[in-house]
Design a protein around this ligand. Structure first.
Ligand code: SF4
Length: 115
């Protein structure tokens, strides 16, 4: 995992910083990490989720990381996911760690306990 993230840093430094600012790049990196963790390291995810508290406010902030999810439907009165019951595991589990909250500027119904 660490090697992959270092590799991504090199790619960013060499090629991607023309297209993305540092904050967007960090968001992309955390998004990649979440996918890897959810599908390859479920025990790590389980440990993190044990520290999580709160509830989803269904604000849709995590559905707009890097790009707006095409399944997100927004109007002035509400925000909803068109495939809520069938959404991916990564969507279901956001945020997995305290670091993920950076992606939504800490404006999320969840927080993490310090153990
Ligand atoms: S940012 Fe947090 S509160 Fe908002 S939809 Fe995502 S998980 Fe729910």
């Amino acid at each position: 995992m660490k090697i992959l993230l270092q590799f991504m840093d090199i790619i960013f430094e060499r090629f991607l910083k023309v297209y993305y600012d540092k904050k967007t790049y960090e968001t992309i990196k955390r998004k990649v990490k979440r996918h890897i963790d959810v599908y390859l390291f479920p025990n790590r995810v389980k440990e993190q989720l044990y520290k999580r508290q709160g509830n989803c406010l269904q604000c849709g902030r995590c559905c707009k990381l890097v790009f707006k999810c095409p399944m997100l439907q927004e109007d002035i009165f509400n925000t909803r996911c068109r495939i809520y019951g069938f959404r991916s595991k990564v969507c279901r589990l956001f945020p997995i760690s305290e670091e993920d909250l950076k992606d939504v500027d800490y404006q999320c119904g969840y927080s993490f306990k310090k153990l």
